[in-house]
Design a protein around this ligand. Structure first.
Ligand code: ROI
Length: 170
């Protein structure tokens, strides 16, 4: 159905990859996200290199954060992101926190607090993850994270944890 009254909302997506040429996975995902109908890119952070959080027996990650404006409802946006993950060869394992070709997390959707079986927004790990907070701060230094705090306050309490910008990798 065409819903011409839908509002455009600013949303933030966290991108991560640690398999099959991670930097290329992230760049390709950026293009795929911008091509979703009802999505427009607003900003894209630098690419960051980060040691794995969780099990250490997996390769380092490349991470980035993207802001978009969208008229898709949150679950439709989530499904579109999952389709991109699957198209880029992600194999879903029963185990949590294992290596992946592409992970797209819906971090924030406007000011909304969402608690559904498939979707928690803001993303529950947002405040503790350097690989999310630092790129997010880069593109949205004044962001207020609903239910939590402003990004600058979260950042000062979040150790860098080995996160580094990838040199000239955009
Ligand atoms: N660790 C890092 N550094 N970056 C990620 O994107 C990432 N994603 C994950 C887990 C396994 C929690 N660790 C991560 O899903």
């Amino acid at each position: 159905m065409i819903n011409s009254t839908a509002e455009w909302v600013t949303a933030y997506i966290g991108l991560g990859s640690n398999l099959a040429n991670p930097a290329e996975q992230i760049k390709f995902a950026r293009i795929a996200i911008a091509q979703i109908i009802g999505v427009k890119e607003l900003a894209f952070s630098d690419l960051y290199h980060s040691p794995p959080m969780g099990p250490q027996d997996q390769p380092d990650y490349v991470n980035a954060v993207m802001s978009i404006t969208t008229d898709l409802p949150p679950l439709d946006l989530l499904r579109s992101l999952q389709r991109i993950e699957n198209d880029q060869g992600r194999i879903r394992k029963d185990q949590r926190w294992v290596a992946r070709t592409l992970d797209l997390d819906l971090l924030l959707y406007g000011e909304q607090l969402i608690e559904l079986p498939d979707l928690s927004v803001p993303h529950p790990g947002i405040a503790e993850r350097a690989f999310v907070l630092y790129p997010l701060y880069e593109i949205a230094p004044n962001l207020l994270i609903p239910g939590k705090a402003n990004i600058a306050d979260l950042l000062v309490h979040c150790p860098v944890n080995g996160l580094k910008k990838l040199a000239a990798e955009r």
